[in-house]
Design a protein around this ligand. Structure first.
Ligand code: PMP
Length: 371
């Protein structure tokens, strides 16, 4: 099977990640921070090392673990909520838009979703123009999961600082695919899922915090700390990690980060493959490729004239044994902006294990389908 649905989750996992996950599942998965026996202490040491690995990797001060990126984005959006206004973009995934809509439905906030310029690029000046006197949060997707558009996150960071606004970056599609450093971006919160670009395992999400920004509890429960109190502890990270932590996922995450650091050359190969895929697809008559400027090359989002994206996906699956994502990519405002709410769009997303032969096969398949 050709797997081109890496933006959803990466199917291929490096051997070191699989081994780390297996080993930790068998030997290390006691309950971290919940006991003084040696198995629990060992599990806590894994969590400690995983936090350290993530801190070094993205340049943050604290790391909160949860289930996935959605969980972490909810933690920030509900944990910072107050009466006021939020600036976001039409590129956001529903994991940002739906929490914002929920806060709006509760009558607490309003939000503005900024559109990109005519090249599909978010202009920081438009973000600044959307800021109001009651704006308290900027919530920005680093890389669009639909078109691959890259947001100017560092320039937006300068705006956040100038106006004293909290700044959340959704790194779901950037971490692991490019250098993401919170110091350079200047954001307060960065969320991502190791199961995507880092080729880690599913079931663990990271909320990285820089400095000491406000955060109220979003989830409530046992933390293994201050257990004599009915009140949720407020310290980061423990107060925000309720229940049993994914120790095996954390151990696999350490392996995944080490692997990514050692194999930096793969990033260049992926860029080459992605450029090849995008340029070959754009030559096919009847193929309309979305997102031209400032996009991550590993994502190609397109439609074939006169065909529903779901039909293209079915043909690819059934006749070419190729997995892509079709339909609406959990990003309704982006599809409205692209004019693809009715048809959906086909998204082919590559990762490090994909090959030039697979890309050639895929491009040929699309050319045949487009005929
Ligand atoms: N944000 C973006 C931009 C995404 O692409 C995704 C996953 N498609 C998410 C957030 C949510 O990630 P997860 O499924 O790991 O919660």
């Amino acid at each position: 099977m050709i797997y081109f649905d890496n933006a959803a989750t990466t199917l291929f996992k490096p051997e070191c990640v699989i081994k780390a996950n297996d080993y930790a599942t068998r030997k290390l998965s006691a309950n971290s921070g919940r006991g003084s026996h040696s198995a629990s202490v060992k599990a806590a040491a894994v969590i400690y090392e995983a936090r350290k690995a993530v801190r070094d990797y993205v340049g943050c001060d604290e790391v909160i673990f949860g289930f996935n990126c959605t969980d972490m984005l909810n933690t920030v959006i509900f944990g910072t909520a107050r009466r006021g206004h939020v600036v976001t973009t039409v590129y956001e995934h529903n994991s940002i838009l739906r929490p914002l809509q929920e806060l709006k439905n509760r009558g607490l906030i309003t939000f503005t979703a900024v559109e990109p310029d005519r090249h599909g690029v978010i202009d920081p000046r438009d973000i600044e123009r959307a800021v109001r006197s009651d704006t308290y949060l900027l919530a920005i997707n680093h890389v669009s999961n639909v078109t691959g558009a890259v947001a100017p996150v560092a320039q937006i960071g300068a705006i956040a600082r100038r106006y004293g606004i909290l700044y959340l970056v959704d790194g779901a599609q950037s971490v692991g695919y490019m250098d993401v450093n919170m110091r350079e971006i200047g954001c307060d919160y960065l969320c991502f899922s190791p199961h995507k670009g880092l080729h880690g395992t599913q079931g663990i999400g990271c909320l990285c915090v820089k400095g000491n920004p406000p955060l109220n509890a979003f989830k409530f429960g046992g933390t293994g700390t201050a257990s004599n109190s009915l009140e949720q502890p407020t310290d980061i990270p423990e107060g925000f990690e309720c229940g049993t932590l994914p120790v095996a996922g954390a151990f696999a995450l350490i392996a995944a980060i080490n692997y990514r650091k050692k194999n930096a050359h793969e990033v260049r190969n992926l860029a080459y493959l992605g450029e090849l895929m995008r340029s070959e697809l754009s030559k096919i008559t009847g193929v309309r490729l979305y997102g031209k400027y400032n996009v991550m090359p590993n994502i190609a989002c397109f439609n074939i004239d006169g065909m529903d994206a779901a039909v293209v996906g079915d043909i690819l699956n059934e006749q070419y044994d190729t997995a892509v994502r079709c339909g609406l990519h959990c990003a309704p405002l982006c599809h409205r902006y692209l004019g693809t709410l009715d048809t959906g769009a086909v998204r082919a997303s590559l990762s490090y294990h994909n090959t030039e032969r697979e890309v050639e096969f895929f491009v040929k398949a699309i050319a045949e389908i487009a005929k």
